[in-house]
Every structure is written in structure tokens, then in C-alpha cells.
Design a protein around this ligand. Structure first.
Ligand code: SF4
Ligand code: SF4
Length: 257
């Protein structure tokens, strides 16, 4: 009997496979860095964490090297010791950067068993050919008191979906292009005279009736800046437990058939 094995395999310059292998069951979380827009949704949706809003403990199974406190020159890294291969990051990824392969098949059990709803696709192609989709609705406000246009230009370049531009000393956001991600608000921490508020009010166009795990995930993604009221809050560990239970149930059902 082979023991479970977890490892990261660098397939080429851009693609990394994060592999979990047990007996004849193999799960691969595939990350293609060339498509990654560094939006930060994967880090927020990952159910494995201590507490994402508690700065000293801020860590999930996926995120930037800085968020994960892992030395790497990649945009995003996965901690294979923590990852449960649930596919939540794959499900939300606006950049089609992540894929979950279960025994070679591209699928997410949590979507198949109805725990996570499907997004209705609304794909946009960026100038460089990358595909991107919007997963939340909401709004963004940017207050710019910076007078140095070079600094403003540098800040505008932080947006990897070409949604920001400079008009004199103002920053303009194209609402049709903006995906309400975490990139510019995180970057603004390094700019003294620029302040950003992003409100992620709701998930965009979803199909299906989500389970209560969905509520927990919704809260995680909309976060303290969200305006959603009255949704159920779960502790992070309970959320991870619920996800594992849902996946376990699915695997048991498969073994019974
Ligand atoms: S959600 Fe996808 S595109 Fe966004 S940072 Fe994570 S891997 Fe990159
Ligand atoms: S402008 Fe919108 S898409 Fe661009 S980094 Fe900010 S939130 Fe993300």
C-alpha cells in the first residue's frame, strides 16, 4: 500500500502541478502563472486558514509568497501541507489560472454536489490575450491626493486587467473592466496619498441553490468591506471541516457505487 504523497512539480516555466496522490487516486491543482492576474480571490476563498483578517495569523493554503510567508519568485504559491484539494480557488479564479484535475478529469466536487453554485460565464479578453471574468458585483472608490503624475502612473499600472487610467491627477476606473479584486487596495498600502475602497456586495450571476458552506465562503470573499447583511458566519475552521465533510461524502458515495 502506498502512503499519501503531496508534492509540487514544476512542469514548465509557467505551469506548476500541486499533487496529492493516495492509492490509485490522484488530485492535481494546476497553476498557470502566465494567466494569473494577481487578483487575490484564491487566497480569500480558500477555506483552510486560521483567520484571514487577523494579520499575525493571516495564512491560507494559497496566496502570494508574502501572504504565505514562503520564499518564491512566483505570483502565487500553494502550501501542499495545508491544501485539501477542494477546488474552491479553481472555482472562483477570475483568470482561468487554476484547474483541479481529479484522476485526470477537470472537475470540482463541491460544484458537482451542489455545495458551490456555478458562475454564469462573462468572459473578457485582455489586450495581451488573457481571459478574465467578473465574479462579484459591487463598487470601488479611489481617492487620489497624489500630485506626482509618475507615481500615479505607477499605481495605475498595478491593475492587471487594464481597468485604471490617469486623467490629469485623478485616477479613473472603468467599471465595466474592473473585477473588484484585491490588487489595487493591497497596492495602495504602499502609496501614502492614494486610498481605495472596494465593496464586494454579492457574487455575480450564479446558477443553483448554494449550501450553507456557500454562506461562509461568501463572507470570506466579501469580507469586512462587503455590505451583505444577515448571512451566516462560520469560524474558518468550521468552514474547512464542512468542506472536507462534503468532499468526503462525495467520495464515499463513489466508493459505494
Ligand atoms: S484567483 Fe486566479 S488569477 Fe487571481 S491571484 Fe489567484 S490564481 Fe491568480
Ligand atoms: S481597478 Fe478593479 S480590477 Fe483593477 S486592481 Fe482595482 S479592483 Fe482590481
Amino acid at each position: 500500500m502506498s502512503l499519501p504523497a503531496k508534492k509540487a512539480i514544476q512542469v514548465d516555466d509557467s505551469i506548476t502541478h500541486y499533487v496529492y496522490k493516495m492509492l490509485n487516486h490522484e488530485m492535481i491543482l494546476k497553476y498557470d502563472e502566465s494567466k494569473c492576474i494577481e487578483c487575490g480571490f484564491c487566497h480569500r476563498v480558500c477555506p483552510v486558514t486560521v483567520s484571514i483578517y487577523d494579520e499575525p495569523l493571516k495564512k491560507t493554503a494559497i496566496g502570494t509568497p508574502e501572504e504565505m510567508r514562503i520564499e518564491s519568485d512566483k505570483k502565487i504559491v500553494v502550501d501542499t501541507e495545508k491544501c485539501i484539494w477542494c477546488g474552491s480557488c479553481t472555482w472562483i479564479c477570475p483568470g482561468y489560472t487554476l484547474e483541479l484535475l481529479i484522476n485526470g478529469e477537470n472537475k470540482i466536487l463541491l460544484v458537482e454536489n451542489g455545495s458551490l453554485p456555478e458562475f454564469e460565464e462573462e468572459v473578457r479578453t485582455l489586450d495581451d490575450g488573457r481571459k478574465v471574468r467578473k465574479v462579484v458585483d459591487g463598487s470601488i472608490t479611489i481617492t487620489c491626493n497624489e500630485k506626482d503624475t509618475k507615481i500615479i502612473d505607477r499605481y495605475v499600472d498595478e491593475c492587471s486587467v487594464e481597468a485604471m487610467s490617469r486623467d490629469g491627477k485623478d485616477i479613473i476606473v472603468d467599471k465595466d473592466k474592473c473585477i473588484l479584486c484585491f490588487k489595487c487596495s493591497e497596492a495602495a498600502k504602499n502609496y501614502d496619498n492614494i486610498e481605495v475602497k472596494v465593496f464586494r456586495d454579492r457574487f455575480k450571476k450564479v446558477k443553483g441553490e448554494p449550501s450553507s458552506v456557500w454562506n461562509g465562503i461568501m463572507l470570506r470573499v466579501t469580507g469586512v468591506e462587503g455590505k451583505i447583511k444577515g448571512i451566516m458566519s462560520r469560524s474558518q475552521n468550521k468552514l474547512a471541516d464542512a468542506v472536507i465533510r462534503l468532499m468526503g461524502k462525495e467520495l464515499e458515495e463513489k466508493e459505494d457505487t
